[in-house]
Design a protein around this ligand. Structure first.
Ligand SMILES: Nc1nc2c(ncn2[C@@H]2O[C@H](COP(=O)(O)OP(=O)(O)OP(=O)(O)O)[C@@H](O)[C@H]2O)c(=O)[nH]1
Ligand SMILES: [Mg+2]
Length: 237
């Protein structure tokens, strides 16, 4: 398996500087694609310097903060042009433990999409305020009810797709950006009949840097699940 790990970044200099060497030491034949939105803290420049030293590290520069969903779409399009077998989504801020990657790869032998789930085998979230945990937990409950998907953690951002999955999804049609982006990608995979599996992960709140969580991200997720339901009803998805 040749995995590609996509990491979108916006002002994650300290985190990415530590994360990339850890990923490289995992001794998997993985490569890394950072999608940076011209971070004012110089994240893009830092990764650029790293990529000149190591051809397993790549960086895609975008002109400004254009959103998480579109960063992943740009990364996916780039990824499927390359000789890789599976594509990961991963945050830069150490909420996602790099040591879990081998377990995703193992699970991929029997599934097409593997989601790192905070909500199977209990609630595995460390250091989040109760309000945020409740929001996330409720968002997942709401998503299950409205969309009909039985995924426990549909908003999680640590996941892996077989390349065939991303090749078959019409990436230009994906419209959402924040947590809704994760829900929409899962929904599209589910409607195409791909096997979606979850494995338990422990999610830890960001080590450093600032949060990009916003009200807009929540509102988007609220209406997108209804939009997905309608798309399904009219058999457009
Ligand atoms: N390229 C790009 N990356 C982004 C954007 N928004 C967020 N990110 C990155 O996406 C990943 C997830 O974003 P986070 O801000 O950690 O989102 P979160 O985990 O829900 O919330 P916090 O950890 O509380 O900030 C991180 O690596 C961010 O740097 C964006 O607009 N563009
Ligand atoms: Mg985070």
């Amino acid at each position: 398996m040749r995995p590609l790990i996509i990491i979108p970044t916006y002002n994650e200099r300290d985190n990415i500087q530590k994360l990339i060497p850890i990923l490289m030491e995992l001794d998997l034949s993985l490569s890394i694609l950072v999608v940076d939105d011209n971070s004012p803290d110089g994240t893009g420049k830092l990764v650029n310097d790293m990529s000149e030293q190591n051809d397993r590290i790549q960086v895609l520069h975008r002109p400004s903060k254009l959103g998480l969903g579109s960063a992943y779409i740009a990364g996916f399009k780039h990824a499927i042009q390359q000789d890789v077998d599976c594509i990961f989504e991963m945050d830069a801020d150490f909420s996602h433990d790099p040591n879990m990657i081998p377990e995703f790869l193992e699970k991929l032998e029997t599934c097409d999409v593997v989601i790192g789930s905070r909500y199977i085998s209990g609630i595995n979230v460390v250091n989040w305020p109760m309000s945020r945990l409740l929001l996330s937990y409720f968002a997942n409950f709401y998503t299950r009810i409205i969309t009909g998907m039985s995924i426990q953690d549909a908003t999680g951002g640590f996941k892996c797709f077989k390349r065939e999955v991303l090749e078959q999804i019409d990436l230009d049609q994906v419209r959402s950006d924040g947590y809704a982006f994760q829900i929409e990608m899962n929904f599209r995979c589910w409607r195409k009949g791909f096997r979606i599996c979850e494995i338990p992960i422990i999610f830890v709140d960001r080590h450093s840097g600032t949060s990009k969580m916003s009200r807009r991200i929540i509102y988007e997720a609220i209406w997108i699940v209804w939009w997905l339901r309608l798309q399904r009803l009219f058999r457009r998805l």
